[in-house]
Design a protein around this ligand. Structure first.
Ligand SMILES: [Zn+2]
Length: 228
């Protein structure tokens, strides 16, 4: 029965191909990553790619939160505010969500998905790569100041970090497993990513936006990264 054997063999050869096609279709329908697309998070539009629909929603929510920030009544002494506020001099405009949102959007042209050794990486190419930790381990507050921090890495030569010095006495509350001594997590300049992050956090603290105690502690921690 040679004909039947040939058909049988042909069938065996075909089955894996068919299975493969079905399996691929199944996987494709499960993963559901978004294609590269431009979304209006601020002005100009930002290109986002590789994220799941759920992750895209978190990104949009973060930008909306940023946009909604508005200074109300000061919740600290006016003198303290005047002494410590550095927002205007660093950002070049008064504290407010709308402008901040656009400020970030001008510096981060593309947001793309990728798991790296850290939460997010901006290698001064106007692309911010963010991975699972951004969505699973960060609070809303952490996502916000991370955007500010990473956006500043798009400026100039990237404002690269220096190693925190020997005997550095502060801890990383966000990444407790990391010892900051001799790690590239400090700045030698007063206008680097930690300076912008701190200036942003100070405004949130001063106006009582978010949980003031938490913001105050994170602000102190951020300032500690700027080595005089
Ligand atoms: Zn950085």
């Amino acid at each position: 029965m040679p004909i039947n054997i040939t058909i049988y063999k042909k069938c065996l050869e075909t089955i894996p191909t068919v299975l493969c096609v079905f399996f691929s279709l199944f996987l494709f329908s499960c993963v559901k990553t978004t294609p590269i697309r431009k979304v209006t998070l601020g002005q100009p539009q930002i290109q986002i790619s590789g994220f799941s629909e759920e992750q895209s929603q978190v990104i949009k929510k973060t930008f909306l939160q940023l946009k909604s920030l508005a200074p109300g009544r000061l919740k600290i002494k006016k003198e303290t505010y005047k002494r410590l506020s550095r927002f205007d001099s660093l950002f070049g405009f008064p504290f407010g969500g709308e402008q901040l949102n656009n400020w970030v959007s001008q510096k981060i042209k593309t947001l793309s998905y990728g798991n790296t050794w850290t939460v997010a990486i901006n290698q001064n190419q106007e692309t911010l790569v963010i991975g699972d930790q951004f969505f699973t381990q960060l609070t809303d507050l952490e996502r916000l100041y991370l955007l500010i921090h990473e956006a500043r890495h798009s400026d100039g030569d990237g404002f690269k970090h220096i190693k925190c010095p020997n005997g550095f006495p502060f801890v990383s509350s966000g990444q407790p497993e990391m010892d900051l001594e001799n790690i590239f997590a400090c700045d030698a300049v007063k206008d680097g990513a930690y300076a912008f992050q701190s200036a942003f956090l100070f405004e949130l603290f001063a106006y009582g936006l978010f949980e003031q105690r938490e913001v105050g502690l994170v602000y102190n921690s951020s300032v500690s990264r700027i080595i005089k």
